[in-house]
Design a protein around this ligand. Structure first.
Ligand code: PGA
Length: 253
């Protein structure tokens, strides 16, 4: 059975003390389960305490919300993939919609970041997703496949298989409006079909859904066989709601 990924994207929340408190509270009450992996994406300055707190928990990992594609240099304010890895990150989010739409990150840059993360031994989690206008215009598939092609450009099949994909429709992020499980699954199928032609035979890509996932809708979403996990913002900030999501039953495959 493949592992379900439960990824907490804390965005610009939780200084080190708060990060420590939440991770401690979550791990104290969530017992390791062989079929679930927890991923914490704290702000980079809180990465160290998260890494300390998850030590010894084989079901938990930490990651960074963004990396620069250069390994080092004069890039004030940026963090490179090798620096993130040395600080204990295992995962790197790439191309989150806020990076794309608030900071102008381009498709081509996401590709450079994915390659840099892989080169540093990090597991990239590439985010893709359409704007509401794009969905209304029937362009969801085109947008998502364009983002995938750019984000995974120049990778061979084995490298492609090491990248997790998070499908996050932009209109569902932080809005309280989530895609229905069927809508999410439909886009996941498109992504899976595209990846199947570019990864080794038999590899199952990890495709997560994100966008207003909460304690009330997580179970319905995870009942979809297409979902290999969830990427959660707001509802992952407090231990209580995150624990409820972590306890959601999975689809029987
Ligand atoms: P949300 O954010 O769960 O608060 O909608 C998800 C994300 O941005 O990854």
């Amino acid at each position: 059975m493949s592992r379900l990924l439960f990824a907490a994207n804390w965005k610009m929340h939780h200084a080190p003390a708060a990060a420590r408190e939440v991770v401690r509270a979550v791990l104290a009450r969530h017992r390791p389960q062989p079929d679930r992996e927890l991923i914490f994406y704290p702000p980079a300055v809180s990465l160290g305490v998260v890494v300390e707190e998850i030590k010894g928990r084989r079901d938990a990992a930490a990651g960074v919300q963004n990396v620069h594609w250069e390994p080092k240099g004069a890039f004030t304010g940026e963090i490179s993939a090798p620096i993130a890895a040395a600080a204990g990150a295992v995962w790197a989010l790439v191309g989150h919609s806020e990076r794309r739409h608030k900071f102008g990150e381009t498709d081509a840059e996401t590709g450079k970041k994915v390659r840099a993360a892989l080169a540093a031994g990090l597991k990239p989690m590439l985010c893709v997703g359409e704007l509401i206008e794009e969905r209304r215009a029937g362009r969801t598939e085109e947008v998502v496949l364009r983002q995938l092609a750019a984000g995974l450009a120049d990778l061979d099949a084995a490298a492609t298989a090491r990248v997790a994909i998070a499908y996050e429709p932009v209109w569902a992020i932080g809005t309280g409006v989530n895609a229905t499980p069927a809508d999410a699954a439909a886009v996941h199928r498109v992504i899976r079909g595209w990846l199947a032609q570019r990864t080794p035979p038999g590899a199952r890509a990890a495709i997560l859904y994100g966008g207003s996932v909460n304690a009330d809708n997580a179970a319905a979403l995870l009942a979809e066989d297409e979902l290999d996990g969830v990427l959660v913002g707001g509802a992952s900030l407090e231990a209580e709601s995150w624990l409820k999501i972590l306890a959601a039953p999975r689809a029987t495959r």
